[in-house]
Design a protein around this ligand. Structure first.
Ligand SMILES: O=C(O)C(=O)[C@@H](O)CO
Ligand SMILES: [Mg+2]
Length: 279
């Protein structure tokens, strides 16, 4: 059975952020992820993790401009010093939170520029950052994100992320494979799980129903089937990562997140998938 982490940036929206740790533990989660820890002292976050028996499995490096208009600095020309300072800050938090991986967002392609024009900067920044993270044994992750939610985001496709990792050539640089974005941009999700999970370059998975980004039991993706595929492939290749539950609960009112976890409690995704055509 896959291991699920609660994404505290999206789940339990009715609670103050620091109270979401306890709520997640009460719902049976053993691990959490969230976007940004920087508004809180690392010691306070570490205490919440400890008090609730939770493991921190992922958070993001600083995204850039504090007004929220930027979505990462890794591919942005002229921002290299800020990028490096952000990675250093993230690594300090990762140390305090004992978190093994950090998501490094690629950033937006500026109007008038192109992906090709900034790819060399992206690769160079990532090479430096991966070497820094390796000093403390941590992984850095790249996430392809759909451009319906984030127009002009640099990295949108799984194959692009894997190609960048090849170019950088760092074993601790991996993909954050968010099946929600993957379905919106490219589809054929089960095949992509079968293709990429055994590559050793997928560091983390995330899920949400498509297209509304609600619970995984609503929408066009059959997660029960996908979880069985993940189980099957993971058993074959030894993948032992986490699956982040990164969705907006349908009921945002008190108790709505817990009520919406029936898909997890039912555990009805443990049957092996039907034979694939041609398999
Ligand atoms: O939006 C997503 O999907 C994420 O996983 C975020 O980490 C992007 O910032
Ligand atoms: Mg995601």
């Amino acid at each position: 059975m896959p291991r699920f982490a609660a994404n505290l940036s999206m789940l339990y929206p009715e609670l103050d952020f620091l109270d979401r740790f306890e709520a997640a533990a009460r719902d049976g989660f053993r691990a959490v992820e969230y976007l940004f820890p920087y508004a809180y002292p690392a010691l306070e976050l570490a205490a919440r993790l400890r008090a609730n028996g939770l493991q921190q499995v992922l958070f993001n490096a600083p995204p850039g401009n504090p007004d929220g208009s930027e979505r990462g600095l890794a591919s942005l020309p002229g921002r290299e010093a800020e990028f490096r300072a952000g990675i250093a800050r993230a690594l300090d938090y990762a140390q305090a939170l004992d978190c093994p991986r950090i998501h490094v967002m690629a950033g937006l392609v500026a109007h008038g520029s192109t992906r090709d024009a900034v790819q060399a900067i992206y690769v160079q920044n990532l090479r430096w950052a991966a070497a820094e993270a390796a000093k403390s044994g941590r992984d850095l992750l790249l996430e392809p994100i759909n451009t319906r939610d984030v127009p002009r985001f640099f990295l949108n496709r799984q194959d692009h992320a894997h190609a960048v990792i090849e170019l950088v050539g760092a074993p601790n640089l991996k993909v954050q494979m968010d099946l929600y974005h993957c379905q919106i941009v490219e589809g054929d999700v089960a095949t992509k799980i079968r293709k990429y999970l055994p590559s050793g370059r997928v560091g983390h998975l995330q899920i949400a129903g498509v297209p509304e980004r609600h619970e995984p039991d609503v929408g066009e993706l059959n997660h029960a089937y996908l979880f069985a595929v993940i189980d099957e492939v993971a058993a074959q290749c030894g993948w032992d990562g986490w699956i982040g539950c990164e969705y907006r609960p349908r009921q945002a009112a008190a108790g709505g997140t817990s009520a919406g976890l029936d898909w997890l409690r039912s555990g009805n995704f443990q049957d092996p998938p039907a034979r694939r055509p041609g398999a």
